[in-house]
Design a protein around this ligand. Structure first.
Ligand code: HSE
Length: 425
């Protein structure tokens, strides 16, 4: 018997309770023993929940779960990188209990401290549910691809953003309308900042990069840009360029070090990532022997996330364990950050006043930064207002491109809200 205690009974917590009950037979045979929920804790005992808690002890404070003698595993589903979730995780590991968590903010920010605590207490940390919900990407990186030298990981890591961008393209909706739709469907949080400004994706990318490169999670080095400034026009131009726009998390090794960013990007339609639509997530990993491997599936929601949590529970019950980041913490590398050195192709969308010489002025700025233009698309003049113009470039140095973009934004005939995006390989 493996005795677990669950802290947090929101959507995911209730999903875990339901799944353990519904599939109890298969789960215990795969785990080699029965899984028993000994106790749970949540903020409001009286709240009606979509799960049956009969026969399960209730603890008023999550911390109390970490003190229970007969509990082997703490499942932390409270959320948040600090506060009660962190306190519970630390207490659990110090008290010699295994920790399973769905908390990306906690692992991205404090994963190393927690992994050291786990090593000291000779217990395990598992966090499959923290990245891309039901997609078993942690297992793939930590185990399935562990013979490879991995060179990059790319992911569509936020379902809310992917849903918004999909609806903006398919329905011609503007950002605000698509966001309101995502909120109505329950994809986006009431405060959508973490989703649409890229913080949620950045936490997930920091974890994936650590597993991919055997390095410490380095959230602070991730260049971050959200999707608020993308317009339906950009999605139409992207289509014309045989691309899709996705909020992409990328971590790759360059000669200068580790390059990590979360930003909207144009992805050629021939890439499998371009076809991941709606609220789905996907992760594309590249290894020296295996080549490219892509996993796609549901990155959020009660059932997919519970699926990942329960897989971790079964692994623990079976004694299938690995160090939290694939190697002992003493072997994790600190990689230098490659900033501004990467060469990429770019898409720049401008709204120009229709007067002679404007396009020439823009080309001059781009040329003066040593950047070569690949194509220029000018749409017919709308009945009123500015003319949309898109410039795509050949591979350009990131710093040079950003300098050119700043200078172009200052030109009088260039309208408000210009947009610069990378074109991914
Ligand atoms: N809010 C996230 C998303 C799921 O939209 O993908 C939890 O990380």
């Amino acid at each position: 018997m493996l005795n677990i205690a669950i802290a947090g009974l929101g959507t995911v917590g209730a999903g875990v309770v339901r799944l353990l009950k519904q599939n109890a037979g298969t789960i215990s045979s795969r785990a080699g023993k029965a899984i028993k929920i000994k106790a749970v804790s949540a903020r409001n005992k009286g709240k009606k929940r979509d799960c049956d808690l009969t026969g399960i002890d209730w603890a008023e404070k999550p911390q109390a779960l970490a003190e229970m003698e007969d509990v082997d595993v703490i499942v932390e589903l409270i959320g948040g990188g600090e506060g009660p979730a962190k306190q519970l995780a630390e207490a659990a590991l110090k008290n010699g209990k295994h920790l399973i968590t769905a908390n990306k903010a906690l692992i991205a920010a404090h994963g190393i401290e927690l992994a050291k605590l786990a090593e000291a207490s000779k217990v395990q940390i598992a966090y499959e549910a923290a990245v891309a919900g039901g997609i078993p990407v942690i297992k793939a990186l930590r185990e399935g691809l562990s013979g490879n030298s991995l060179t990059s990981v790319r992911g569509i890591l936020n379902g809310t953003c992917n849903y918004i961008l999909t609806r903006m393209r398919e329905g011609g909706l503007d950002f605000k309308t698509a966001l309101a739709e995502a909120q109505k469907l329950g994809y986006a949080e009431a405060d959508p900042t973490a989703d649409v400004d890229g913080h949620d994706s950045a936490n997930k990318l920091a974890i994936l990069a650590a597993l991919t490169f055997g390095s410490k999670p380095d959230l602070a080095s991730i260049r971050l840009e959200g999707i608020r400034h993308i317009t339906p026009l950009d999605l139409q131009f992207a289509d014309q360029l045989e691309c899709r726009i996705k909020l992409l998390g990328v971590a790759k090794l360059t000669p200068m070090g580790l390059e990590q960013h979360v930003a909207p990007a144009l992805i050629p339609k021939k890439s499998p990532l371009a076809h991941v639509n709606g609220p789905l997530n996907a992760v594309l990993m590249r290894g020296d022997f295996v080549g490219d491997v892509m996993l796609e599936g549901q990155g959020a929601g009660a059932e997919p996330t519970a699926s990942a949590v329960v897989a971790d529970i079964i692994d623990l019950a079976r004694g299938r364990t690995t160090p939290a980041f694939g190697v002992p913490t003493k072997d994790l590398k600190t990689l230098p950050t490659a900033r501004g050195s990467t060469k990429m192709r770019y898409y720049m969308r401008l709204q120009l006043m229709d007067k002679p010489g404007v396009v020439a002025d823009i080309s001059t700025v781009i040329g003066s930064e040593g950047i070569s233009i690949e194509s220029l698309i000018q749409r017919g003049k709308p009945s009123s207002g500015a003319v949309p113009v898109v410039v795509t470039t050949h591979e350009a140095d990131m710093s040079a491109m950003h300098r050119a973009f700043e200078k172009i934004s200052q030109i009088k005939a260039v309208g408000l809200h210009p947009c610069l995006m990378q074109i991914e390989e």
